[in-house]
Design a protein around this ligand. Structure first.
Ligand SMILES: [Zn+2]
Ligand SMILES: [Zn+2]
Length: 378
C-alpha cells in the first residue's frame, strides 16, 4: 500500500469517526423513530434504511435488489428539482396568510413597479466587486457547484462586498444577484460556502422574490417613497416578517440539499451564532455537540413552559430571521421526518423543463411591470 493510499484511508477514517461523533450529538439517546422506506430509483425496489445512518452515510447505502446507489452522490444534480420539494409548511401557510390580507397583491405590484430594487442594485454596482471569469472566479465556481447540485439553470450575478459581518444577500427579480460579505470567506470552508450559496438560491423562486422585495421595501422606507406609507398597516408588517422567518426555513433546506451534509449545515449555523474568528480559534475548538444540546434545551424549554414559549414568540416578532437554534431544530426535524432522504433518493416534485433558461421563474406569482427586487440573509 502506498503512502498516498494510506493517507487517503486515514482521511476517510477521520471523516467516519467525525460523522459518527456528530450522529451521537444529534441523537444522544439513539434515534427513536421508525426506519424509513426508500424506493430505489433504478429498479423501484423498496429498501428499509435507518435514518441516522442514511443521513450520515448516504454513500454507504446500496439497493438490496439491483445493488446500485440508493442515494445521489454529493455532486450529482437534483435534476429539475422544484422548490416545492423543500418548501417549509410554515412558509406555505404564512404565504397564504399574507395573500389573504386584502390589497396585498395589489400593493406588491404597485411597490415593485414604482420602486423595485434599483437602488440596491445601483449600490452594489457602485460599492461592491462584481465577480466573473476575470474577477474572483473561485467564488463563481462555488456558486456554480451549488446551483449544479440544486439544478438551478440560471447563474445569479455574484458580488463580493467588504463587511466584518457574516452575511449574504440575494437581490433581483428579473436579474438575480447574490452578494457575499467578505467575512464569510474568512470564517467558512468551501462546503459551508456552498451551503450559504444554496440557501440564497433557495430564495430565488417566485414567492420569495415578491414578498422579500415587499418586506425590504417597507423596511428600507421604499413604501414611504412610493407614497403608500399610510396604508401599510402593522398587521401587514407582522405578517411579512412572519413569512420572512418561515422562508428562511425553506432556504435552510436548500442549503442542506446543496451541501448534502447535515454536519456542515449545523456547523454553519454555529458559526453564524458565535462566529469563527481568529481570537476564538486561537483559544479553543468550538464543538458541535454542546451547540446541538443547547438547541434541544431551548426547544424543550419552550415546549414545557408557556411563559418561555410566549416570550420566545414575542422576541421574534420584529425579526426577519428565526433564531439560529430554532433553525437547527427545524433542519434536524426535516431530515428525520421530512422529505430530505426521499429527495436524495431522487424522488421529488420536478419543475417543467422547457429548455435552457438563463432567468429565474420570476413574476409567476404576482405578474407586474418591470418589477424587481428581493433580499435575504442566510
Ligand atoms: Zn434497485
Ligand atoms: Zn435567507
Amino acid at each position: 500500500m502506498s503512502t498516498q493510499e494510506s493517507g487517503a484511508e486515514l482521511v476517510e477514517n477521520v471523516s467516519v469517526v467525525d460523522r459518527e461523533a456528530f450522529g451521537e450529538a444529534v441523537w444522544p439517546s439513539g434515534y427513536s423513530g421508525p426506519p424509513r422506506v426508500v424506493e430505489c430509483r433504478h429498479c423501484h425496489t423498496k429498501n428499509r434504511v435507518e435514518v441516522p445512518k442514511a443521513v450520515l452515510f448516504p454513500e454507504h447505502h446500496d439497493c438490496g435488489s439491483c445493488g446500485k446507489k440508493l442515494f445521489l452522490d454529493s455532486d450529482e444534480p437534483l435534476k429539475a428539482l422544484s422548490s416545492k420539494a423543500y418548501l417549509h409548511s410554515l412558509d406555505r401557510k404564512s404565504l397564504m396568510a399574507l395573500d389573504s390580507i386584502p390589497g396585498v397583491p395589489e400593493l406588491t405590484r404597485y411597490l415593485l413597479s414604482r420602486v423595485g430594487d434599483r437602488g440596491t442594485r445601483l449600490l452594489l454596482m457602485s460599492s461592491a466587486v462584481k465577480c466573473g471569469p476575470d474577477q474572483f472566479p473561485e467564488l463563481v465556481r462555488l456558486m456554480d457547484r451549488a446551483r449544479m447540485r440544486l439544478d438551478v439553470p440560471y447563474r445569479p450575478e455574484v458580488f463580493l462586498g467588504e463587511s466584518p459581518n457574516m452575511n449574504a444577500v440575494s437581490i433581483g427579480f428579473n436579474d438575480p444577484i447574490v452578494m457575499v460579505h467578505s467575512a464569510l470567506l474568512d470564517q467558512l470552508g468551501d462546503e459551508e460556502m456552498i451551503a450559504v450559496l444554496g440557501h440564497e438560491l433557495g430564495h430565488l423562486h417566485p414567492s420569495h422574490h415578491v414578498y422579500h422585495a415587499l418586506g425590504n421595501l417597507l423596511l428600507m422606507g421604499g413604501a414611504a417613497a412610493a407614497g403608500v406609507a399610510g396604508i401599510v398597516a402593522l398587521p401587514l408588517r407582522m405578517a411579512l416578517l412572519q413569512w420572512q422567518r418561515a422562508s428562511e426555513l425553506t432556504a435552510d433546506r436548500a442549503a442542506l440539499l446543496a451541501c448534502r451534509d447535515l454536519r456542515t449545515c449545523i456547523r454553519l449555523m454555529l458559526k453564524f451564532a458565535g462566529g469563527n474568528r481568529p481570537g476564538t480559534r486561537a483559544r479553543t475548538s468550538i464543538q458541535l455537540a454542546p451547540f446541538i444540546r443547547q438547541a434541544r434545551e431551548l426547544a424543550s424549554q419552550e415546549a414545557s413552559s408557556w411563559v418561555d414559549g410566549a416570550l420566545a414568540a414575542w422576541l421574534t416578532l420584529n425579526r426577519s430571521h428565526p433564531f439560529v437554534a430554532w433553525r437547527v431544530m427545524h433542519l434536524i426535524q426535516w431530515v428525520e421526518r421530512g422529505r430530505y432522504l426521499d429527495i436524495l433518493a431522487g424522488h421529488y416534485p420536478r419543475r417543467v423543463v422547457t429548455g435552457i433558461t438563463s432567468r429565474p421563474p420570476a413574476q409567476q406569482r404576482v405578474p407586474s411591470q418591470g418589477s424587481r427586487g428581493a433580499q435575504s440573509r442566510p
